[in-house]
Design a protein around this ligand. Structure first.
Ligand code: HEM
Length: 256
């Protein structure tokens, strides 16, 4: 018995890997189904569902941006102090005293811009391919909430450096909220945590930015991806023959 066969016959190996090597179609299916990570993907899908020019990978790019934002955001949290005396100086110190501090901060900001652009383009793609139609209406609705969360994440992050730009942007934003009919004053009070921008505003927006909104986005993204699977995978609304690729297919000439 060779070394590899011996390793495979140990209890430790068998406790981790339950299947044989994926060299037959059956074992390939079993490996996918029994793996926590791989089972997130379907075992088989029609080839045209993964045609790059149908989705341009825009939903995946939105997710990638979110992951970069989460990683760099956790990194920034090690240095950022959410208090009026601490916020601006901690960001300044991050850029000058911390290795790769400026880089991490810029990565976080650029990924935020990237996510807004990717999500908007993804939504445009879904619209132009008609992929919001049944049975995908609910996923479209969830997408709208994800779009809102993406905007809110960007906006709440904007206050945190506590510089002039941030301060006045929040002044404008919260005054816009105040213009809401009937409940405007209450909405502004809730957003600011008082009658003017101060420590209460900063800690509110910080908590929204680093805990509440990312958790809500993660939960919804999980549901969004699950729905893509349950709605039959990525849509292929216009049936067409790959060999005679004629896109979009021309309607049959109507008989007179
Ligand atoms: C955080 C934001 C979002 C993420 C991470 C995300 C991710 C994804 C991914 C990975 C897919 C699979 C197909 C693809 O990559 O295009 C998808 C499909 C879909 N998304 Fe999103 N999405 C987001 C926002 C939105 C928005 C704003 C809308 C619309 C308002 C939307 C509506 C849909 C629909 C209807 C599908 C099914 C499309 C099809 O089957 O062709 N999503 N999404």
């Amino acid at each position: 018995m060779g070394l590899w066969d011996r390793i495979k016959s140990t209890r430790l190996y068998k406790s981790i890997y339950r299947n044989d090597y994926p060299d037959t179609p059956r074992n390939q299916v079993l490996v996918i189904l029994n793996s926590m990570v791989l089972h997130l993907h379907p075992v088989k899908i029609p080839k045209k569902q993964v045609r790059y020019t149908f989705t341009f990978g825009l939903g995946g790019t939105s997710l990638l941006m979110f992951l970069i934002l989460t990683l760099t955001g956790v990194w920034l949290m090690f240095y950022y102090v959410p208090s009026i005396p601490g916020a601006w100086f901690s960001m300044k110190a991050l850029q000058t005293d911390v290795y790769f501090g400026q880089f991490a901060r810029n990565l976080h900001r650029w990924a935020a811009h990237g996510m807004v652009i990717a999500v908007l383009l993804h939504m445009t793609r879904v619209f132009y391919t008609g992929s919001y139609k049944p049975p995908r209406e609910f996923n479209w609705a969830m997408g709208v909430v994800l779009l809102l969360l993406t905007f809110l994440l960007s906006f709440t992050g904007y206050l945190l450096p506590w510089d002039q730009l941030a301060y006045w942007a929040i002044t404008v934003g919260s005054n816009m909220a105040k213009a809401t009919p009937f409940i405007g004053a209450q909405v502004q009070l809730m957003l600011l945590g008082g009658y003017e921008i101060g420590q209460a505003t900063l800690i509110r927006w910080y908590t929204l930015h680093v805990i509440f909104l990312p958790l809500a986005a993660m939960l919804l993204m999980g549901m969004h991806f699950w729905r893509v699977r349950k709605d039959g995978g990525i849509s292929t609304p216009i049936p067409y023959d790959e060999d005679e690729a004629e896109f979009p297919p021309q309607p049959e000439a109507a008989a007179d």
